[in-house]
Design a protein around this ligand. Structure first.
Ligand code: ZN
Length: 499
């Protein structure tokens, strides 16, 4: 490659290395740092973020992108060179459209808002959070107009988390499956409830950890290039494809929390480990989008990790770790880990109710951003929609409108990626199944490399080269849609609840 392209590559590598170094400091903060280290750590992180931002958004970077583009003129769209320039241009446009004063003000307000939200949630009083929400929504509207959009200001916000995603596309996808979800949940509610009480008893934490490590290693998470630690909120982070880390939260009274958390984060981790080595040192290293990332975590957590085939192999092993589960049959266990319960809280939601929680947030967010709903009316809007979707009203604000941290952090437009990830997980999995119909039978033998190999080849290796839409078209020949997901849910719950 030519000189100019190399110069751009080097500059972007510097930015990438600063960001990855910030990631290491973050990892340490979440897993090891003593509480009083927080002040200094915040300053260190801010320094790295400022350096990275200054280098990336300078005129020099714009010039290098321009020069490299004319130098590689004619390189194939999917080549590393053309992809690096394309993604650099996209990131550059996003980051330079927001004025520095705006970014500083948003940082200041969200830092204040976090504590106000935490206090409001603790006392379950929406009214105390309302002034903050008003300021944050004003900033979101201002940010959207700086970033630019074609149809709806919410497009600009969505685009930050999933390049090219639009409000109208998300609305079409959500409206296509909302009625069927509501019906499915009503049918489940009318059926006799499943007994899952045996999942709630004493489970030794070290044994939970050992079992989680054993299972995720079998899935294909390479622990020579990864590590597992404990944290308050489970997450996955990476510094290169050879250093991808996950955390777990353990509950000594419930086996499901750590177990499915392990599977979930492992799905994220195997995505990062599967990115092509020649993308490793630069800004293409990382998942396509939050939606595609979530498709990978949900696939291993739910499609593999809650399947009967997998547990026909894993349950006897779990029973060796936890003899209190001996005597529980495969069908009984499978039903228990697939229980559907209407819950007020999104993060506790099962596969059937999860997307409804997201659709509710999506509708409220886009009305807020469009000025159709005032922040002071959000609580009422939340409660009446919840009643309409789930047939029950949150008993208080903490279990309703105040439950999520996202708005206080200025993360508006983020929620839809969770639901889109669920839909994509089934769309991608069905393609893997078409290519290798024996995959579920392999789970029953503790063999997962056919599925993982297919994901490596068709999704993981490309890193950030393609957008969600481009990747989904390549892999499935269609756009994101909900039919496959609804079929998957209906089949599962027909069996579990004998609908
Ligand atoms: Zn996730």
């Amino acid at each position: 490659m030519g000189e100019k392209y190399q110069a751009l590559r080097q500059r972007l590598e510097t930015v990438h290395n600063l960001n990855m170094a910030g990631g290491v400091l973050n990892w340490d903060r979440e897993t090891a740092m003593p509480p009083k280290g927080d002040g200094a750590r915040a300053r260190q992180l801010a320094t790295l973020a400022r350096l990275s931002h200054e280098i990336f958004t300078s005129q020099e970077t714009a010039r290098l992108i321009e020069d490299a583009r004319s130098e590689i003129n004619g390189a194939a769209y999917e080549s590393n060179e053309a992809s690096l320039i394309r993604v650099a241009q996209r990131d550059y446009d996003q980051l330079t459209r927001l004025p520095t004063e705006f970014v500083a003000e948003l940082t200041r307000i969200t830092a204040l808002a976090h504590n106000v939200w935490a206090e409001a949630r603790a006392t379950s009083n929406f009214v105390t959070f309302q002034p903050m929400l008003e300021q944050i929504m004003d900033l979101m509207v201002e940010g959207a107009s700086c970033l630019g959009y074609k149809e709806h200001p919410y497009d600009a916000l969505l685009n930050q988390y999933d390049e090219g995603m639009t409000t109208s596309l998300v609305r079409t996808i959500f409206e296509a499956h909302r009625p069927a979800l509501v019906d499915l949940i009503a049918a489940v509610r009318a059926a006799p409830q499943v007994d899952d009480s045996f999942l709630h008893q004493d489970f030794d934490i070290e044994k939970q950890r050992q079992f989680g490590l054993k299972m995720t290693e079998a899935f294909g998470y390479d622990y020579q290039r990864g590590i597992q630690e404990v944290s308050v909120h489970p997450f996955c982070t990476h510094f290169s494809s050879n250093d991808v880390r996950i955390t777990t939260r353990f509950d000594p009274k419930f086996i499901g929390s750590a177990l499915f958390g392990f599977f979930h984060e492992t799905g994220h981790a195997m995505y990062e480990q599967g990115i092509a080595q020649d993308l490793d040192d630069n800004i293409l290293a990382g998942g396509t989008s939050l939606s595609v990332h979530e498709s990978q975590s949900r696939m291993w957590e739910n499609i593999v990790g809650r399947s009967k085939e997998y547990w026909s192999w894993a349950l006897p092993q779990l029973q060796e770790y936890f003899p209190q589960l001996k005597g529980i049959g495969l069908d009984e266990f499978h039903r228990a880990i697939n229980t559907v319960r209407n819950s007020f809280i999104r993060v506790e939601a099962d596969e059937a109710t999860y997307n409804l929680h997201i659709i509710l947030r999506f509708e409220i967010e886009q009305e807020l951003v469009a000025g159709k709903l005032a922040p002071k009316d959000v609580r009422d809007a939340w409660n009446s929609r919840f009643e309409q979707f789930f047939g029950m009203t949150p008993p208080n604000d903490a279990q309703g409108v105040l439950q999520d941290v996202h708005w206080s952090a200025g993360l508006v437009g983020y929620f839809p990626t969770y639901a889109l990830g669920n839909l994509l997980s089934v769309q991608y999995y069905n393609q893997a199944l078409k290519a290798h119909p024996n995959i579920p039978n392999e789970f029953a033998q503790g063999k997962f490399d056919t599925l993982l190999g297919w994901l490596n080849t068709n999704i993981h290796q490309y890193g950030r080269k393609y957008t969600t839409e481009e990747l989904t078209q390549r892999v499935t020949g269609e756009t994101i849609q909900s039919n496959a997901y609804m079929t998957y849910l209906k089949d599962k719950y027909t069996e579990v609840y004998g609908l």
